[in-house]
Design a protein around this ligand. Sequence first.
Ligand code: PHE
Length: 441
Amino acid sequence: MATRGKWGSRMGFVLAAAGSAVGLGNIWKFPYITGVYGGGAFVLVYLGFILVVGLPIMISELIVGHRSEKNPIGAFQNLDGKKSIWQAAGWLGAASGFIILSFYSVVAGQAMAYIFKSFAGFSGSPDQIVAKFAELKTNPLLSIMWHTIFMGLVISIVIGGVKNGIEKWSKILMPALVVLLLGLTFYGVFFSDGGKTALAFMFKPDFSKLSSEAILSALGHAFFTLSLGMGAMITYGSYLGKKINLPRAALTVVFMDTIIALLAGIAIFALVFEYNMEPAAGPGLIFETLPVLFAQTGPFISVPFFLLLTFAALTSGISLLEVVVSYFIDEKGWSRLKSTLIMGGTIFFIGLLPALDKIQVMFKGKRQSFFDIFDFVSTNYMLPTGGLIIALFVGWKMKKNIIESENFNSKDWYYNAWRFILRFITPIAVIIIILHGLELI
Ligand code: PHE
């Protein structure tokens, strides 16, 4: 059997976990759904979920991974027996990984296409720039080509393994992304006319705009952006080996992820308001707004931006694939190469559906693309359900002394707060919102 991978250092692990968390979810999705759901109130609910659902489940996933040193399916078998029903979380997680990566790759492909568009430079009115994005999105050949290239990159890094592939890349790319994003936010707040409006839009809640769909999306997004509910953090925790302060590592990752999303939101909405664009434009938002600024600043800013966006997507994409790959390495004894090629290839083929904008089917009463359906179902239902099972397992099933051996002390207030929230508040919140989303209550 192949030997399991291990991170080279604690810092490497934290950066890889942050690399998984920080991705298109922060820079592409957070701003666009904040726009769609009306700003401040949505942001507040989202932040609330990060705190009472995201952070507690992040700690739980890391504990399950670190303790079992296994992939998400094997982890539950290892901790609770071969036939454990809790392994359902692992199977559901693997399915979520397939679906998420298949549409994630399409957006990442669009980001890559924009690196090349940046070299040529952006020009024209905001309307013309919006039309350019539509051209890319609806062109089947281009979409498939970029999807293929992105999946090819993800597959090659995952073949490289834990330390030499994932960790090495995350260490370089994460810091670079933060610097560039700070620059863009700085521009948005201090130099654009839209800065003030953007801050008010994002941080002054207007609860009359808060629909129940917005609440469901805020919950789903808390999972998506932190890479939770599908075992990515179980897998990454399983490569730790060393003793490490898991609660602190989780807090660091959650903090970085949240700050980056907020910075991206401010930077993007500053431009939206500066150029009188539509905040509720939907998934195209960053491809339609940022180029308006880039048309003036030139390729020096736009090339690095889309490059880093692609890198952020890569470090997340690899974690999505790694979950599935780790299962076949651990449990079926496949080599990393074989496992990555077969699973990556399968996801590539599934991805042809969301890559083709023209294929649409009826879903929830209207014609929708697979891209939208995959995104909606995986983010809003599959991840929260997976996360719920993990929360219940760690909160109710796992032995207290095992949990306490993971750098917790039953006398610490934060241990007790975490445990209380995980056992009661997290599951109740998730259950109510899922049932409400399904219109069952
Ligand atoms: N967290 C990643 C992002 O924000 C997406 C992701 C979801 C990665 C689930 C892994 C697992 O882009």
